[in-house]
Design a binder for this molecule. Structure first.
Ligand code: CTP
Length: 394
């Protein structure tokens, strides 16, 4: 799949060089979308950017032409990388302080993957302690700053502040992406979502799992270059990534079959699915009629997929389980980790607000077999997935 890049242009004279960067990205098989500030359009024109990127240019939050007012979110979801070039002192300051007042800054703030910024401004502005503090803050938050060069600036002054050349920006992003694929060639098996245990033709026993945590994990591991098999119960979630192969299953028994099969050739398995622990002993092919005074559905245990993988696990394989506990959380999680022969267990607590089922955020503790515990704090499930991947990869 082509890398999806948003080129975000703010209003500095260096904007005139950015069409060259867009051409380089396109020549190297990237898909490019461009977002501009109003001031950027004093230096570059929409037809140029549109022609080179082969996509409409995003410029206004509330234009009559845009089909919806949430385009900034879809742009952020679409992209793998954001390159802000040139990044003016104004845009750097806004981003560092969480200000979103136009299409560029709003989509940037809604973006949670790789951000690169190429500052460009007058030397005195660049060395202003406020600008430097903003850049340091952004770097500490994981933003990649492509340092400006020393040279003659548009104002005639010679000094720091000239935007890095388009070629340098391209090389920087290119090597960042290449180095960002530490899992190339690795196979990851992930389970997600609930399972549905059939009672009759129209009824089942299920649970509130949305599948989101497992899908975010699949996204993160695929972005790191792994080949992901995602085995999911019924869910509304979608994923479009050529590194992810999706297997849809319904029941715990179907999930068991597929997961055990795929684990055989996997390097890492992460079981985040909320698998039913019990299933009806017998199911009815027709719809049950309302004719019973007292209807008892007898339940029998399902097979524990995680425990089975723990038994089959080989030296080179890493096995990660999830635990959802309501009391004695840490003790129960540690016990599960040992009993099921896991390398890591991710503990969700139902007692935490904003964590667990059917919410976009989560708060977890990640425990390893050596007794280390990492507390994530409340974050988006994408960020939790990043944390989990970092702990597993060491
Ligand atoms: N799990 C599984 N197969 C099952 C049940 C659970 O693979 N039949 C996995 C889940 O995907 C999760 C982990 O086991 O990774 C923990 O599930 P949980 O229900 O919290 O733990 P149990 O071992 O079932 O113990 P208990 O319900 O008694 O807490």
């Amino acid at each position: 799949m082509a890398l999806r890049v948003v080129v975000a242009i703010s209003g500095g004279i260096a904007a005139y060089k950015v069409p060259l960067l867009i051409r380089m990205l396109k020549k190297n098989n990237c898909e490019v979308k461009v977002v501009v500030t109003k001031n950027a359009l004093e230096f570059v024109t929409i037809p140029t950017l549109q022609t080179l990127s082969q996509n409409p240019v995003y410029s206004e939050m509330f234009s009559e032409k845009s089909s919806q007012f949430t385009e900034h979110i879809s742009l952020a979801d679409w992209a793998d990388v954001f390159i802000v070039a040139p990044a003016t002192a104004n845009v750097i300051g806004k981003y560092a302080n969480g200000i979103a007042d136009d299409c560029l800054t709003t989509s940037l703030l809604a973006f949670d993957k790789i951000v690169c910024m190429a500052p460009a401004m007058n030397t005195k502005m660049y060395h202003n302690p406020v600008v430097q503090a903003n850049l340091k803050k952004l770097q500490s938050l994981g933003v990649n700053v492509i340092l400006p060069e020393n040279g003659e600036l548009a104002c005639g002054v010679v000094g720091d502040g000239r935007m890095a050349e388009p070629e340098t920006i391209f090389q920087f992003v290119d090597s960042l992406i290449k180095n960002n694929k530490p899992l190339k060639g690795k196979k990851i098996c992930i389970t997600a979502g609930p399972t549905y245990e059939q009672i009759d033709a129209v009824r089942f026993i299920g649970n509130y799992s949305s599948g989101r945590m497992g899908f975010e994990l699949a996204k993160v591991f695929a972005q790191k270059g792994a080949e992901v098999s995602l085995i999911t119960g019924p869910t509304q979630q979608v994923i479009e990534n050529e590194n992810v192969k999706r297997y849809d299953v319904k029941s715990a028994a179907q999930m068991y079959e597929k997961t055990v099969e795929i684990f055989e050739t996997s390097d890492i398995a992460i079981l985040s699915a909320a698998v039913a622990d019990y299933t009806p002993k017998s199911t009815f092919d027709n719809k049950l009629k309302k004719k019973y005074d007292n209807l008892v559905v007898e339940l029998v245990p399902t097979k524990d997929i995680l425990a089975e993988l723990g038994r089959r696990k080989k030296e080179h394989q890493t096995l990660v389980g999830f635990a959802l506990e309501t009391d004695n959380e840490l003790e129960n999680a540690k016990d599960k980790l040992q009993r099921k022969n896991l390398d890591f267990i991710v503990l969700n607590s139902l007692n935490d607000k904003g964590a667990g089922f059917n919410v976009p955020t989560n708060k977890v503790s990640i425990l390893d077999a050596k007794g280390n515990i990492y507390e994530s704090g409340l974050k988006s499930k994408y960020e939790i997935a990043l944390d989990i991947s970092e702990k597993i990869l060491g």
